[in-house]
Design a protein around this ligand. Structure first.
Ligand code: PMP
Length: 341
């Protein structure tokens, strides 16, 4: 059997601030709309293979024609599909270090090599050097905003990267809604090597539904659609997602709340002498500390789970509800007081 680099799924007990989910309660109107929609689902039939309703609904949200969109089981599946399409044995996936760990998982499952370009401690990197060192790549893939650093490249920078490579470039926009920046989808018509992935797991609070998208120009998408696994998305996920996508205002409000909490958490954590916190364009904060261990232990005592990058001095904390965030801040202040003693 092939040895694939395994993925550690997130733990599921306690205050969960380890998987960048949306912890805010769902708006009651959205919940009611989902329930109504599910009742009408034809469970005895195969789902609509053209994903018509869902692609139309998402197309309206992002301002793109359905022929340029493909939906699957989370953006994870879309990333895996793009890797399987453009890579194979011995080919090179070019990405950043750090970046989302699933790229390694999929690349290794298709026996491709992964080449990584190191970013600075503040998440920035030299774009010209990045382009220069990626000449041997068959596929470029990175998250924007970046998981875990929380930094976001501008549209102009993304365009420069797209023009710097002739091979496909996948921009993983799982967290773009929290960035206040434009999606690079707007570059699609000018840059035929652009593929963007998006998800309903983060800003839309639907991680359990497993709905994600790939977006590219119509010509690229025609080929991608032809070769995609039939009936991938089940009718319940498609129906529920289509219902949620009608509630623009409620979703936007939810995003604003998370951004406000992120700014509050960041500002408070930045007061700690023992901690370096990067500003974030996402629904999580990335931290570095030589005193990581006592902090992790304190969080554990409070039953709070965050994402620890073992073997480094870094960790990532998802933004939760106000109460959950306060629990994190209390633990940080406790450590600060102990250090001042
Ligand atoms: N991209 C990034 C950068 C992520 O952090 C995640 C999830 N943690 C995903 C993609 C996958 O999300 P999903 O499959 O739920 O759409």
């Amino acid at each position: 059997m092939k040895k694939i680099q395994s993925y550690q799924a997130a733990e599921t007990a306690g205050i969960l601030l380890n998987a960048n989910e949306n912890n805010l309660p769902m708006d009651e109107r959205i919940h009611a709309a989902i329930m109504e929609k599910l009742q009408g689902a034809a469970l005895n039939r195969y789902p609509d293979n053209d994903e018509t309703e869902l692609l139309q609904a998402y197309g309206n949200v992002i301002g793109v024609s359905p022929e340029c969109i493909l939906a699957g089981n989370g953006s994870d599946q879309m990333l895996g599909y793009l890797i399987s399409t453009f890579l194979g044995k011995g080919k090179i996936l070019y990405t950043l270090d750090p970046d989302f760990s699933m790229y390694d998982y999929y690349a290794s499952s298709y026996e491709a090599e992964v080449k990584k370009f190191d970013v600075e401690e503040d998440g920035s990197f030299d774009i010209d050097a990045f382009i220069e060192q990626g000449r041997d790549a068959s596929l470029v893939m990175f998250s924007n905003p970046n998981n875990p650093t929380g930094q976001c490249l501008s549209e102009e920078t993304i365009e420069k990267i797209l023009q710097g490579f002739s091979v496909p470039v996948v921009v993983d926009e799982a967290y773009i809604e929290f960035s206040g920046q434009e999606s690079s989808i707007r570059l699609m018509d000018r840059c035929s090597n652009l593929y963007v992935t998006r998800t309903l797991s983060k800003a839309y609070g639907l991680a359990g539904l497993r709905v994600g998208f790939a977006v590219s120009c119509a010509e690229n998408m025609k080929t991608l659609k032809q070769n995609f696994v039939p009936y991938t998305l089940n009718c319940l996920s498609m129906a529920a997602a289509s219902a949620v996508l009608q509630f623009h205002d409620a979703i936007a409000l939810n995003i604003q709340k998370i951004i406000a909490e992120r700014e509050r958490v960041c500002a408070d954590l930045q007061k700690m002498d023992w901690l370096a916190v990067l500003p974030s364009k996402t629904n999580f904060v990335y931290c570095r500390s030589r005193h990581k261990e006592p902090f992790l232990q304190e969080l554990k005592k409070q039953n709070i789970l965050i994402r620890d990058y073992a073997g480094t001095d870094t960790f990532r904390i998802s933004i939760g509800t106000e109460q959950e965030n306060n629990a994190v801040l209390d633990a940080a202040h406790k450590l600060q007081r102990e250090m001042e003693r």
